[in-house]
Write a protein that binds this ligand. Structure first.
Ligand SMILES: *Cc1c(COP(=O)(O)O)cnc(C)c1O
Length: 389
């Protein structure tokens, strides 16, 4: 039974292809950590994690404890879980008891973790997040010194699973010198840590853009989000990759990434509107001919950006149909005058392919002036996710 007005399909073959490509890019030895924060970038942790495990992933990163719990509840193997952002103290105790790894980005976190671990009688599995120039959170050189001493004197209570940092925008060449400075500082810190005879299990810095643009950032593990789902972090990252591939001009390089997600709904109604009439709320859309207007039971409450008003398009019977008028909270209208055989009940593709055409998240985000990351994570958790080939 389906109660929902739209559906999301996740393609197993697309995910396998993306992971094959990313494996080639990071090399055989680096661990691939699948980043599944933001409800797996809108793909749905519950459906995505088991699918990713079936494709060989064994490590997942999330933003907070609630997402970590979602991964624990959906994983089908003993996959590792890393929390990259904030954990409340209650949840921190849960994390330690359950072997969930988490970032430590300041000294008070480290003290709390050690105190809880000592009480619980299990080691806190921590990743030291280092400040290298992002200036969000992270230990500076002095903090790192104290942290390393503290870890060495509480060897039973902490396990140093990783040392890591995050780049301030590896997807844009405008940030190149800032990113290179960060790489340099991180490597310096790592050398210093090794000099303290402390060996972190994994050094990791790369997100998708860094892994694809700065291979030296891959180290022992890459934290890959957007590319795993089949999206380029930016046009620049895509161009960087394509130009590096272009060994001859006779063959255009194929895009190695395939979109995992497809979002669809159905036509709920079609009506004929005379020429010269306004459609929907207000006066932003005026018909210029006799038009057939289809209603689709999806609106901004369902994650269809209101910025697509009079702007975006959907696919019906393999053809484009323009969004007309405002996107409402739960309904949007499209012009199907040129989709001659469009009928109530037809599949409507909101994001993804149908026949030879596709609606990309990029077009969606260009039109609604948001990032592709943002369009994806706004897809409500309540939309059912199904796995397809
Ligand atoms: C989101 C995130 C990533 C993944 O970034 P992508 O650009 O989606 O690959 C990696 N590391 C951290 C700390 C993140 O927050």
């Amino acid at each position: 039974m389906c109660f929902e007005t739209s559906q999301i399909e996740l393609s197993g073959s697309a995910l396998r292809a993306n992971l094959r490509f990313l494996r080639k890019m990071v090399g055989p030895d680096a661990e691939i950590c699948g980043v599944v924060k933001g409800n797996a970038y809108g793909h749905g942790i519950g459906a995505f994690v088991p699918l990713a495990e079936s494709c060989g992933l064994k490590t997942f990163a999330v933003a907070n404890a609630s997402e970590a719990l979602a991964v624990v509840n959906s994983r089908t193997a003993e996959s590792e879980v890393i929390i990259m952002s904030w954990v409340e103290n209650d949840a921190l105790e849960w994390a330690i008891r359950n072997g969930i790894q988490f970032y430590v980005f300041n000294l008070s976190r480290l003290k709390t973790a050690i105190a809880l671990a000592t009480r619980v009688g299990a080691a806190a599995r921590i990743h030291l997040e280092l400040e290298t120039g992002f200036n969000r959170v992270g230990l500076d050189a002095d903090g790192l010194r104290v942290a390393v001493d503290t870890i060495k004197s509480h060897a039973g209570a902490v396990r140093l699973e990783g040392v890591c940092t995050h780049f301030a925008g590896a997807e844009s060449v405008a940030n190149d010198s800032r990113v290179r400075d960060q790489i340099g500082r991180f490597n310096e810190h790592c050398r210093w840590i090794e000099g303290q005879s402390l060996t972190p299990r994994r050094r990791h810095t790369a997100c998708s853009a860094a892994a694809l643009t700065y291979p030296e950032t891959i180290l022992d593990m890459a934290r890959l989000g957007i590319a795993m789902y089949g999206f380029w972090p930016s046009k620049e990252t895509q161009m960087h990759y394509l130009l590096a591939q272009e060994t001859s001009f006779t063959r255009r390089p194929r895009d190695p990434l395939r979109r995992v997600l497809r979002w669809t709904s159905r036509i709920m109604n079609i009506k004929r509107v005379s020429a010269g009439d306004f459609v929907g709320y207000g006066t932003i859309y005026l018909t210029t001919r006799v038009e057939r207007i289809a209603a689709i039971p999806v609106g901004y409450a369902d994650g269809f950006a209101r910025g697509m008003s009079n702007n975006g398009y959907v696919l019906i019977r393999g053809r484009r149909a323009a969004v007309v008028g405002y996107v409402n909270m739960s309904v949007l209208l499209v012009d199907v005058t040129d989709v001659a055989d469009a009928a109530v009940g037809d599949e409507v593709v909101l994001i993804g392919s149908q026949g030879k055409r596709s609606v990309t998240v990029a077009s969606f985000s260009d039109l609604s002036r948001s990032m592709n990351y943002e369009v994806l994570v706004r897809l409500p958790a309540g939309i059912p996710r199904t796995i397809v080939e």
